[in-house]
Design a protein around this ligand. Structure first.
Ligand code: COA
Length: 335
């Protein structure tokens, strides 16, 4: 019997600590006006010293399990998309595994940055269609705040990012009975742009030591981005992969009920929607409150849209992301 996969639960969690644009302006030369005008962001969340990525992940997962009426023991595999690993190794997924006491199920980290959740969703779909697993947990979890240059030197990047986690549970269902399902996912990458948005150090390619005092002093341990270059590629690649995915699923743009775009910059999403003539009421954004949470942004959107009644069963949902790597991807689901 053929299998298809369906999202049966969504969850999200952001830390309680709110950091406004005015809070940042006390620590660097910036302003609420500049940040809102360029990015649409009003505030973001940062973890407090007692919190960790694993804790954020655990809380998002528990919410998804509750919605799906499932327990931790029902999950057979954990896929985590993140670019802000809790430690160099092992991967962050192992610490989430520990927090949730997940027995001996396999887990792994996937590193495709802001497109990471859609990459992981595609892999979960493949694992389910192949019959290897019946229930896969896919999570995006990021703690950016502890790795940002919170000074005027790092202001172009540090005002954008926030901390958060979003989780979905993907479940197998017989092909014939499938009403809701993952219809299509398309992924792309172009490594030649890898250094346009990256953290250079620590680097195992740096000999004899992967991390030196000089690297720290030079700020090479912080994210660096050629903002305009990234922006230009994002507004081109996102429509491209969105249309490719729709076409592969034999669906039309106007069939889609809700568009969820990666929350990198509200201006990117407005430019994409306007280019594609997507009505604003069909787009849901939450970057204003949470900033860019990289791999966590799309599952957080899914969870919040569900809870706010913007997304209901049977609707056609398109999700599209672009990020460091460069990577870009799009998924189309019947919710
Ligand atoms: N506050 C105030 N001024 C700032 C600032 C800040 N936080 N950050 C940069 N500036 C200044 C710059 O120093 C520059 O000053 P100058 O003209 O005197 O040199 C000026 O603002 C313009 O900088 P620029 O970097 O050209 O701004 P921009 O219009 O490109 O906007 C981004 C910057 C980051 C908002 C924008 O490039 C962007 O969103 N890029 C894509 C982000 C993205 O998609 N990231 C990847 C997703 S994961």
């Amino acid at each position: 019997m053929g299998m298809r996969s369906k999202i049966v639960g969504t969850g999200m969690y952001v830390p309680e600590q709110v950091v406004t644009n005015d809070d940042l302006a006390k620590r660097m030369e910036t302003s609420d006006e500049w940040i809102q005008q360029r990015t649409g962001i009003k505030e973001r969340r940062w973890i407090t010293p007692d919190q960790s990525p694993a804790e954020l992940g655990r809380k998002a997962i528990l919410q998804a399990l509750e919605q799906a009426n499932l327990e931790v023991g029902d999950i057979e595999c954990l896929l985590l998309a993140t670019l802000s690993s809790q430690h160099d190794f092992p991967g962050s997924s192992f610490f989430i595994h520990e927090e949730l006491d997940m027995g001996e199920i396999p887990c792994l980290d996937l590193r495709a940055q802001c497109s990471g959740f859609l990459y992981a969703l595609n892999i979960a779909d493949g694992l389910i269609i192949s019959g290897k697993f019946k229930r896969v947990l896919v999570i995006g979890c990021e703690v950016h705040s502890t790795g940002l240059d919170i000074s005027t030197r790092g202001r172009d990047v540090s005002v954008i990012f926030g901390d958060g986690a979003g989780a979905v549970i993907v479940e197998a269902q017989p092909d014939e009975s499938a009403e809701a399902s993952i219809l299509e996912v398309r992924m792309h990458a172009e490594g030649k742009h890898a250094r346009k948005l990256w953290i250079e150090a620590p680097s195992s390619a740096n000999t004899p030591e992967r991390l030196t005092h000089e690297m720290i002093d030079d700020g090479r341990i912080f994210p660096h981005m050629e903002g305009r270059y990234v922006f230009k590629h994002a507004v081109t690649r996102m429509p491209e992969v969105l249309l490719e995915t729709l076409s592969a699923a034999s669906c039309k743009l106007e069939d889609v009920d809700l568009f969820l775009f990666h929350q990198a910059n509200l201006r990117i999403n407005e430019a994409v929607a306007s280019r594609m003539e997507i009505p604003p009421e069909k787009v849901f954004n939450n970057i204003q409150k949470y900033g860019n949470c990289s791999a966590a942004s799309i599952p957080m959107l899914l969870a919040e849209a569900t809870r706010k009644g913007k997304l209901s069963p049977g609707q056609l949902v398109s999700m599209t992301a672009f990020g460091s790597g460069f990577t870009w991807a799009s998924a189309l689901i019947r919710y």
